[in-house]
Design a protein around this ligand. Structure first.
Ligand code: ATP
Ligand code: SF4
Ligand code: MG
Length: 324
């Protein structure tokens, strides 16, 4: 089988913020790629840099972002402003965690779906209206004509998230970035929205970068997994390899912390301690204070990502010279 082409390549991405407390290394030397038709999930605890990674790809962070971003083989830094706007408005779309904060409360749903169609395509108003109604139907909402005329506050959370998906799909993107798209929804609606995303992705052979802290979601939709910790990628692998044989102690902890059906009597495991303050980081494995395997070298030197079996993992346990 031929190797699928990369749609998005993120190379050595760093996004640091200057604050009164010091420099926050929100994302530090992060690299991964997303191939055609593939779903890559970025996982990790709150504050580990998942959203800043996504926002950096979309050009939405208010700080200097370092590193290279390639979209369908083109370096985004080398595109003209117009081409860059076309890529980020057309070919790459993003949906956010909180639909209410991304929609304008004083505009109708129809107006908000029509806007990107009118800006990025040579649609007449009538054609854009027709397409908007088609999109509302595509994301599984009935009474599309009526919904078209509604305002955001008249819709449920699940419907609003479907509308966000409709807006994201309006320009037929090659890739969709979804930042915790189901976190704000109740479990049944969450499953429906995930199903919808998966179906649309398969039908359109769209690539998807899905950000979540929920390993249940990862198991459902991911082909490939990127585990982040304190602004760094600490493990990557196929969904099968990550679930069947996690290598990094943090990934193992995340999987161990996942509830399992039939285990009601046992207290849920939580990884001890907290993500370190991203301002005070010294060269070390950032997980060392929480790791039961920590060795002297872990406190002194940062491990780099190395291939171990079929996964990349940044942990001294897998360094041959340390293992002896
Ligand atoms: N504009 C900013 N200025 C300073 N620090 C920031 C800024 N934006 C993000 N950060 C910090 O960067 C770190 C990573 O934030 P990010 O939002 O990417 O986390 P996350 O993994 O998406 O977490 P969550 O799961 O809670 O959404 C956090 O410590 C956050 O406080
Ligand atoms: S490098 Fe050391 S502290 Fe870090 S995860 Fe591996 S064993 Fe634990
Ligand atoms: Mg986030």
């Amino acid at each position: 089988m031929s190797e699928r082409a990369s749609v998005l390549e993120v190379k050595h991405l760093s996004a640091h913020f200057e604050t009164e407390q010091g420099i926050v290394r929100a994302v530090d030397d992060v690299s991964f790629s997303v191939k055609e038709g593939e779903t890559v999930c970025v996982v990790g605890e709150s504050g580990c840099g998942k959203s800043v990674t996504a926002m950096s790809v979309m050009g939405l962070v208010q700080t200097d972002v370092k590193g290279d971003l390639f979209f369908k083989g083109k370096n985004l830094a080398e595109l003209s402003r117009g081409d860059l706007r076309r890529v980020r408005g057309n070919d790459l779309a993003m949906i956010f965690q909180e639909p209410m904060s991304s929609l304008n409360p004083v505009l109708t749903i129809g107006e908000q779906i029509m806007e990107p169609l009118l800006v990025h395509h040579p649609y007449s108003k009538k054609q854009a209206r027709h397409k908007a109604i088609e999109l509302i139907e595509l994301v599984g909402i009935g009474r599309a004509e009526q919904i078209f005329k509604s305002y955001p506050h008249q819709l449920s959370g699940g419907m609003l998230q479907r509308i966000m998906i409709a807006i994201a799909l309006s320009c037929d993107p090659d890739m969709l970035i979804a930042d915790e798209p189901t976190t704000a929804l109740d479990v049944t609606i969450q499953a429906q929205v995930l199903d919808l995303l998966r179906t649309l992705q398969e039908e359109r052979n769209m690539s998807m970068l899905l950000i979540t802290h929920d390993l249940g979601v990862v198991a459902e939709v991911a082909d490939f997994v990127v585990v982040m910790y304190a602004g760094k990628v600490i493990e990557t692998g196929t969904v099968h390899d990550i679930f069947a044989s996690p290598k990094h102690p943090y990934t193992k902890g995340l999987l161990y912390a996942k509830p399992v059906l039939g285990n009601r009597t046992k207290k849920l495991y939580t990884i001890p301690g907290q993500v370190p303050n991203l301002v005070d980081l010294t060269p070390s494995c950032y997980f060392h204070e929480r790791c039961e395997h920590a060795m002297d070298i872990c406190r002194e030197k940062m491990p780099t990502l190395k291939l171990e079996d079929r996964q990349h993992v940044a942990c001294w346990l897998y360094e041959k010279e340390v293992k002896g």
